[in-house]
Structure formats: C-alpha cells, structure tokens
Design a protein around this ligand. Structure first.
Ligand code: AMP
Ligand code: MN
Ligand code: MN
Ligand code: MN
Length: 288
C-alpha cells in the first residue's frame, strides 16, 4: 500500500492553532503516516511533535517554512529533514524573527493610523511569545468586526497596497537554500501555483532555485486546484525537481484544508521521498 505523506503543516509554534501534539494526533487519526511540521521561521514545535509521533507510531519529518523575498515578492521555501540544532539555520531564523517583530510593530502603527487601535498588543497576545504573523493580526481584526472573515481581513487590510501591509525584507533565495542545506535538509518551493506572478517569472524563480541546488517543488498542495497540480508536475519535470505534497494545514477552523487530504502526485513525478529511508518507524532521514 502507498504510504500516506503530508509534508507541510503548522502548529502553535507559528500561525497554526493546534499544539504540535494535537496536530500529530489529528494527522494520525486522518491516516497520515509521514508528517512534516513546517512552521514559519521557527523550529520550536519540533521536539514536542517528535515525542508525540514516536508515542503514536507515525513518522515526523522535522521541517520549517522559510520566508524569502525574491523579485520584490514573498515566496516560501520549505526545508524537510532539517536538523533544528544547526547553528547556521538558527542564526538565519533569528534574523527573520527579528524582522517579524519590527514588522509587527510597524503594522500596528500603520493600522492605528487608519483608526484601528490595539492591533499590535492583541496580535502579540495571540502569538504567546512565538512568531507574530499576519494571521494573528487577521484573527484580531475579524473578531473586532473589521471584516466578515479572516480572508476578507487579508484582502482589505493586510495585502500589498492595503493599510496594514508592510513589505517583506526576508531571506534571499540563496540564503534560504543555504541554511536548509547547512542543516542537512532538502529545499522545496512551497505552494508554487499560489504566487501572484506570471508563468515566465515562476520559471525564472525555479531556474534560480535549481541553480542554487534546490531539490523539490510542492506539486500537490492544499491550496492548489487539480489543474495547478498538473501544471506544477509539468514544471517539476521540466526543471528536474522532485515532487512534494503537503496540505499546509493551519487548524480545524478552516474546513477547506485537512491534514492528509491531498490529491495523488500526478503520473511521472519523482517523489521527494523516493530516497528516504525509515529506520525505526519513528525517524526518517534522507539517504545520502
Ligand atoms: P506572514 O508570514 O506573517 O506574512 O503571514 C503569512 C500567512 O498568512 C500565510 O502563511 C497564511 O497562513 C496566511 N495568509 C496569507 N494570505 C491569506 C489569506 N488570503 N487568507 C487567509 N490567510 C492568509
Ligand atoms: Mn501560515
Ligand atoms: Mn506558505
Ligand atoms: Mn505553510
């Protein structure tokens, strides 16, 4: 039988709403056998998730989702099988979090100028000492009735050209791939169909990514349509990239995305896990 993989998910260590343990429990109940925890710019949830996965008997792949600025846009690079103890990686993550903290304060100031008071304090409170994400702001603004849904808050307040938006100054693509490799991991371009860029710009991104030694493309994503999956499978083949698959689950309050609920990889893909070896049932490593 095919192993059931979900290689992109979030916990309370970033902008997800479940603890790492609850996430792993839910993944196992959904039939996931190999789960990657890929919190934004933070690896603080991995130890708890590893413990829960060993207890339940599924495989936890240590991961991270790095914020990158490329071509004046934000793109996300997932690292799989990273060693969270890597000092190169942790120094990089610390820099991203420093920018996040400044950005959150600046978002608060900009929202205050448009008449929305207290957003920074409320978002920090929600983040509970972990990274502060636009998602934390969005939940506060939605609760306060500034828009009908979290999605609408993003649309009206938190996207480029909107009052609470602060342009990213994240890692370069080269840094992100370098940090992931320094931590022994494989680099994967996350949800490639979701970026608001032309097809030729997307191909340029992938060409640079391959040049830098990047390994994978998230061909199947919870935020892709069926058609996107096929288009991205074609791109993966064109660029010689391995194919990954992940739900990008953030929490049960979004019923559109569920752990493990993923389309199969289209025919002809080379799965990113094709050279992974599973030793004890609670540990997985990329064979080198
Ligand atoms: P940040 O990294 O702080 O800029 O926040 C990005 C996160 O916001 C993404 O990882 C998503 O979880 C969330 N997000 C982005 N766009 C939307 C949207 N339109 N609706 C809901 N959540 C979104
Ligand atoms: Mn997120
Ligand atoms: Mn992402
Ligand atoms: Mn994600």
């Amino acid at each position: 039988m095919n192993t059931h993989y979900d290689l992109h998910s979030h916990s309370l260590a970033s902008d997800g709403t479940l603890s790492p343990e609850a996430l792993v429990t839910r993944a196992a109940a959904a039939g996931v056998e190999v789960l990657a925890l890929t919190d934004h710019d933070d690896t603080g949830g991995i130890a708890e998730a590893q413990g829960a996965a060993s207890a339940i008997g599924i495989v936890l792949v240590p991961g991270v989702e790095l914020s990158v600025t490329w071509g004046r846009q934000t793109v996300h690079i997932v690292g799989l099988h990273i060693d969270p103890a890597s000092s190169v990686l942790q120094q990089g993550l610390a820099r991203l979090r420093e920018f996040r903290n400044w950005r959150a304060e600046e978002m608060g100031r900009r929202l205050a100028r448009s008449g929305i008071e207290g957003a920074y304090a409320a978002a920090s409170e929600k983040a509970r000492g972990r990274i502060i994400s636009r998602t934390h702001f969005a939940h506060f603004l939605a609760e306060q009735g500034y828009a009908a849904s979290v999605r609408d808050v993003f649309k009206h307040f938190l996207k480029p050209k909107k009052p609470g938006f602060v342009p990213g100054e994240w890692a370069t693509l080269e840094e992100a791939v370098g940090w992931i490799h320094a931590a022994g991991g494989q680099a994967v371009v996350a949800h490639p169909a979701r970026y608001n860029m032309t097809a030729s710009k997307r191909r340029k991104l992938l060409a640079e990514f391959v040049e830098l030694g990047g390994e994978g493309l998230e061909v199947v994503s919870g935020s892709h349509s069926r058609g996107d999956n096929f288009g991205m499978a074609q791109l993966a083949r064109m660029f010689g990239l391995k194919a990954s698959a992940g739900s990008d689950f953030h929490g049960p309050e979004n019923p559109w995305v569920e752990l493990g609920r993923l389309d199969p990889l289209p025919e002809g893909c080379d799965p990113i896990w094709s050279n992974w070896s599973f030793s004890s049932g609670c540990d997985a490593r990329a064979a080198v």
